[in-house]
Design a protein around this ligand. Structure first.
Ligand code: AMP
Length: 288
């Protein structure tokens, strides 16, 4: 006879989640938060593993946040796989999964108070998805208040998100540390994403354009930003099924595009539609 498999505890309300966290904190435990929208993959699990290293108690939130989806985006088709997510987290030492309803998170409905992401929030992802980063920062701020973690883990996969979360933490004096975890990729380079499941076999091959463009950018780094953009663009444009959205080289300190002739650390951001699915990726490179 096999022993019953322990299921990860699920808190559906803010009160339940706070009860779990408060009890553990009263015993002196430190707390790490891993915010997600679910449909968990190895990238998310890498965040959980890092959180386990950094704190005694790990809370994973699973919430598809309507505030960060624009009209006509994929809110309705975004995968919701709570049972599979709980199974994936089983045995990973997660104290509780916070999986609230939309009404629990936004009792005031769409008229709720928002965090404003500012100038960088309207560039790149923010230009293609107006309001996305205000919605993202709003839910992250709420999660920080609900969980009150010592540390929160985010993926480098969403580089602009990490930049904006770090800036919100500094600007609004949230008392926690932000930990950034490297992007987890498939063996051929494709960054893991909950949206990859929507790619047909042909789209899946074409989706390599993103990571190939980043590799080309990295190789061209020593020749400067113009060469980086030219090489990455050529790799990016090589697949017919790919409609590029943006390709930009930014300064990691400001997240604004680097000037011609810039040297040192930079981040290349790419986004494209592959079939019906929008994908993003990024890489740190060295210029000059
Ligand atoms: P999401 O559920 O897609 O909103 O992502 C939740 C968190 O997981 C975010 O901090 C993402 O940056 C992170 N994440 C998503 N994909 C990856 C990946 N391939 N590698 C590392 N972290 C990731």
């Amino acid at each position: 006879m096999t022993a019953a498999v322990p299921r990860t505890r699920v808190a559906g309300t803010i009160a339940e989640l706070r009860a779990v966290v408060d009890e553990r904190r009263a015993g002196g435990a430190s707390v790490a938060l891993v915010p997600t929208m679910g449909a968990l993959h190895e990238g998310h699990l890498a965040l959980v593993a890092r959180a386990r290293e950094l704190a005694d108690v790990v809370i994973v939130s699973i919430f598809v946040n309507p505030l960060q989806f624009g009209p006509g985006e994929d809110l309705d088709r975004y995968p919701r796989t709570l049972d599979a997510d709980l199974a994936a987290l089983d045995g990973l030492g997660v104290a509780a999964v916070f999986a609230p309803t939309v009404a629990e998170m936004y009792p005031g409905g769409a008229a709720s108070t928002r965090v404003v992401a500012g100038e960088v929030g309207s560039l790149y992802e923010g230009a293609s998805r107006p309001g996305h980063f205000d919605g993202m920062l709003t839910v992250v701020a709420k999660l920080f208040h609900i969980v009150r973690p010592d540390v929160a883990c985010f993926g480098q996969k969403d580089a602009q998100q990490v930049f904006l979360v770090n800036r919100m933490v500094r600007d609004l004096d949230f008392p926690l540390a932000i930990e950034v975890v490297p992007t987890v990729r498939e063996a051929d380079g494709l960054a893991l994403s909950s949206r990859n499941r929507f790619l047909s076999a042909d789209d899946r091959r074409a989706a390599l354009a993103l990571s190939e463009a980043l590799r080309a950018a990295e190789a061209a780094g020593p020749q400067g930003v113009e060469e980086v953009l030219a090489e990455a663009d050529a790799a990016f444009g090589a697949h017919e099924a790919v409609q590029p959205d943006y390709l930009v080289v930014v300064d990691p300190a400001t997240f604004l595009p680097v000037e011609p002739g810039a040297t040192g650390e930079a981040v290349v951001l790419v986004a494209a539609r592959v079939g019906s699915t929008r994908l993003i990726d990024n890489a740190r490179i060295r210029l000059g």
